[in-house]
Design a protein. Structure first.
Length: 147
């Protein structure tokens, strides 16, 4: 059995480009940047960015072109595909993710790039959220569970 599955979450490096095929089907292409942080052999912190070419077809392509823009975050699921063509006697290759599903990330609200906190208050990172007031205090007996 063979599997060709790609899952990428990153930020758009450019605005999406919308085109139409001769059949009338819409095609949207954009590039996503992902980064990773790691420690090298000497223990120094390194950061590496990778760039992924994404191609979306049909109704999803229209939505991507309408709602995504440079800097937007998106999650893409699809399959890897490598195309080749010859131009001026030179063979060119392009590897891309053909998207089956595109999910838009949170909208940036201007400032620091983090999504807005709608609760109105910040919670310290090292503090766990309090249990609801009406949460039962008694222990759960495993024999009472119906399955």
């Amino acid at each position: 059995m063979n599997i060709n599955k790609a899952m990428v979450f990153g930020n758009l490096t450019r605005d999406p480009e919308m085109k139409s095929l001769p059949s009338g089907m819409q095609v949207c292409s954009f590039s996503l940047a992902t980064n990773r942080v790691y420690n090298d052999r000497d223990g120094n912190r390194q950061e590496q960015a990778d760039f992924h070419n994404i191609v979306v077809f049909g109704r999803q392509a229209e939505n991507c072109a309408k709602y995504l823009h440079k800097g937007s975050s998106a999650y893409v699921e699809g399959r890897m595909q490598t195309r080749s063509w010859e131009k001026d006697g030179v063979k060119h290759y392009r590897t891309e993710v053909v998207a089956d599903r595109v999910q838009f990330g949170p909208k940036n609200t201007g400032g620091g790039g983090a999504p807005a906190n709608n609760s109105g208050s910040e919670m310290p990172k090292d503090e766990a959220p309090a249990a609801p007031v009406d949460y039962p205090e008694e222990e759960i007996n495993p024999e009472d569970i119906p399955f």
